[in-house]
Design a binder for this molecule. Structure first.
Ligand code: ADP
Ligand code: ZN
Ligand code: ZN
Length: 711
């Protein structure tokens, strides 16, 4: 479609006979790229629903749903790869016997037989499975296999077929634990609702075997010829989880996440959309993948913030997963050890069905948690002596230690000891973090970088102090203190290179790294079997944060990180540093556990008029000119003032918690209502009006429905 000098791709939603636009402003279509809707009705409906719910342009919502590759290329079939398998496994023994004079053929036949498992290479529903072996897998196990394959094909002892190259190969494995009673109960209860929509919350403590429950449910659904979508919060988690599924299931599996290139993502999307893949494991945007025969959705770690897109089209994939399951009339399972207050509230109100796993699957006791009072203690780079003593003792007993601090870099700021000058970011209301290895200052909010100063930029003094502690500083101190031990830092700075995260995680899992220092990257569901001591270095900041979810995040973090301790043979121990050991949040969490914390936190949210008891929307606005931002928001408020607003409170304009970021002033208006049916019709009326305001064109503004935070 020509627009000025540009050609643009458009999506036709419907045809009408007349238009309100003057005919000279209408444009002609140059060429039709696709006559069929590549998303299919189901995804089209989901994206349209989301556009309406989040009050976001439908075109942008559809763009999010379409694979990038498909926007720039024709819809071609992604590459296929040949594979070989044993179709008829019943008389395998006699075949092997017959092949004893052709040892190479016998060897290859055995390999294929093993890889084909007890299943045929397509299930009863004619689906391609990833059983059997392809060229790459054969190359990896044996040499000179082609002649043998040709001979076996000729004797019709094996079969040959093609499958999408993007399908992951199965990993043969046989040793699976039987489900324990709680797991079996959850599986049975959910299987009883297999053909109807229901939202199940699988509330299981860390290490209780939630993944085994997912696997058992997948087996049933896949055996019935249906597809399964599994959402996971992090790319880092996919390999570990995917491996367990590949060991267990003899079906086509694909993964989908942002570290894949556009072509690979499209291939995975295509395989799912054409039912060549029965199982899709993916991060947030996978929710928009067409799966015509979808029978089950699983959302792992449902409390995780990464399900919420934080810019542009600000959808929440967990919430859309529920909508998708409802539209399709299928069950959805959300699992967590620390369920979100949203989900717990829905469980209390009986909208979700709860299933509990209260025991660790391997019967190991939960770790002992201890608060370390920092008041008046001598600190070494932010660590108390009592804590360091325990680190040493655990190392002597061949334990492994995880230290968690949610701040990367060496120190959050530099300060002049002579005059008090600090390293502030020129463009944000924030300090610049000191990164020692590169001798650099970095602003973690706008990305600004510069060389760290040797002398004070105000008085010229050379007494520059690094104030506070980040991962780099902790790593350095521990490496100096325990030179015999491998200290591994896992944060965004040390895992930028492709593959480096996996490598570090592998060394952590094997126990090669004796001490792990990391940010929240380490808090998520990784299974490190050797960890005996977990230390949480900074809790005070979260206890007094302006963010309304800070307490929830801290409680989730403590519970999740603690769950990393004592998973295997050795008993675990957790130490939490704080200046406020008597804080009710910590006391409540430690003595009564996460569920007790969650119910009191829910009460507080109710009293404060916050989610999930109330519904929020945030109108954000930013501009280099502060008054342009407030002018727009004030005009928006004036418009809102004209309508009846029973059960709807509007606050603002207020400065954002960080008022200036990347050189822009940021203000916001908060809308709060007890009922969605008040809030949403209002937004649907109000937002299109704002688009007409002249002041809107001078600022950047956006609406965030169900904001994750108010920053
Ligand atoms: P979660 O996802 O709840 O943290 P996992 O599913 O990863 O827990 O299980 C934790 C560990 O317990 C894994 O090593 C798993 O193999 C093991 N496990 C799970 N279920 C059982 C079971 N029924 N019997 C024995 N071991 C189990
Ligand atoms: Zn100075
Ligand atoms: Zn900045």
């Amino acid at each position: 479609m020509p627009f000025g000098r540009q050609k643009l791709i458009g999506i036709i939603l419907e045809e009408i006979d007349n238009s309100d636009f003057p005919s000279n402003r209408l444009r002609e279509i140059i060429s039709v790229l696709d006559t069929e809707n590549p998303l299919g009705q189901e995804i089209f409906k989901l994206a349209s629903w989301a556009a309406k719910y989040y009050v976001h342009p439908i075109g942008d919502a559809l763009q999010t749903a379409l694979p990038v590759y498909l926007r720039n290329n024709d819809d071609v079939t992604p590459s296929l790869t040949e594979f070989w398998y044993v179709e008829n496994t019943e008389n395998a023994e006699s075949v092997i016997e017959k092949l004893k004079r052709a040892p190479k053929q016998q060897q290859i036949y055995r390999l294929l037989l093993e890889a084909s498992g007890s299943h045929n290479s397509g299930d009863d529903n004619g689906h391609i499975s990833a059983a059997g072996l392809d060229q790459e897998q054969l190359n990896a196990t044996t040499e000179n296999w082609r002649t043998a394959i040709r001979a076996l094909l000729k004797k019709q002892l094996i079969s040959q077929a093609q499958r999408p190259a993007i399908l992951l190969p199965n990993v043969s494995h046989t040793d699976f634990p039987p489900l324990n009673q709680e797991q079996q109960q959850a599986v049975d209860a959910i299987n009883n609702h297999q053909d109807e929509h229901a939202v199940h919350l699988l509330n299981g403590i860390t290490g209780s075997g939630k993944t085994e429950v997912y696997l058992a449910l997948c087996e049933t659904i896949l055996a019935a010829g249906k597809q399964v979508l599994i959402l996971v919060p992090e790319i880092g988690l996919t390999p570990q989880l995917t491996r367990r599924f590949l060991q267990r299931l003899n079906h086509g599996v694909v993964i989908l996440h942002s570290a894949m290139n556009d072509k690979q993502r499209y291939a995975a999307w295509h395989a799912a959309a054409h039912e060549q893949a029965q199982l899709l494991i993916g991060t947030r945007s996978s929710i928009f993948t067409p799966m015509p025969n979808l029978g089950l959705i699983i959302v792992d770690e449902e409390h995780d913030g990464s399900y919420k897109q934080q810019d542009g089209f600000r959808y929440n994939a967990r919430d859309l997963a529920i909508v998708r399951a409802r539209n399709k009339n299928i069950p959805i399972i959300m699992g967590s050890a620390t369920a979100s207050l949203e989900s717990l509230n829905n469980t209390n109100e009986r909208r979700y069905i709860q299933h509990q796993l209260t025991q660790r699957a391997n019967k190991k006791p939960l770790p002992k948690i201890q608060l370390v009072n920092l008041c008046n203690q001598k600190l070494h780079e932010g660590m108390a002596e009592t804590l360091l003593t325990r680190v040493k003792q655990h190392l002597q007993q061949n334990g492994q230690i995880l230290l968690f601090i949610n701040r990367r870099g060496f120190a959050p700021l530099l300060m002049c000891h002579d005059c008090g000058w600090t390293t502030n970011c020129q463009r944000c209301d924030a300090h610049m973090t000191y990164h020692k290895r590169h001798h650099q200052l970095q602003c973690h909010h706008c990305g600004a970088q510069r060389r760290a100063p040797e002398t004070c930029e105000d008085c010229g003094g050379s007494n520059i102090l690094a104030i506070g502690t980040g991962t780099e500083r902790v790593e350095q101190y521990l490496q100096e203190t325990f030179p015999e031990t491998q200290v591994s830092r896992i944060d965004r700075d040390t895992t930028r290179k492709k593959g480096s995260l996996q490598e570090k995680l592998e060394k952590a899992r094997s126990g090669e790294s004796g001490i792990l220092v990391g940010t929240q990257m380490l808090a998520k569901g990784h299974d490190f079997p050797n960890i005996t001591l977990v230390c949480i270095l900074d809790t005070d900041q979260a206890l007094f944060s302006a963010d309304f979810r800070a307490a929830e995040h801290l409680a989730q973090l403590i519970t999740q990180v603690s769950g990393r301790a004592g998973r295997a043979e050795k008993a675990g121990e957790v130490m939490i540093q704080t200046h406020h050991p008597d804080h009710p949040l910590l006391q409540n969490l430690l003595h009564q556990g996460y569920p007790a914390f969650a119910s009191s936190a829910l009460e507080e949210r109710r009293d404060a008029g916050l989610p999930p008891c109330y519904h929020l929307a945030l109108l954000r606005c930013e501009s280099v000119d502060a008054s342009a931002a407030t002018t727009f928001l004030n005009q928006a408020l004036a418009l809102a003032g004209d309508v009846e607003k029973k059960d709807l409170d509007i606050f603002g304009p207020l400065p954002a918690p960080m008022e200036r970021r990347a050189g822009r002033y940021r203000y916001q208006v908060m809308l709060q209502s007890k009922h969605r049916k008040t809030l949403h019709p209002f937004l649907n009326w109000w937002i299109p009006q704002l688009q007409q305001l002249a002041s809107a064109r001078k600022v950047r503004w956006s609406l965030d429905v169900d904001p994750y935070d108010t920053f």
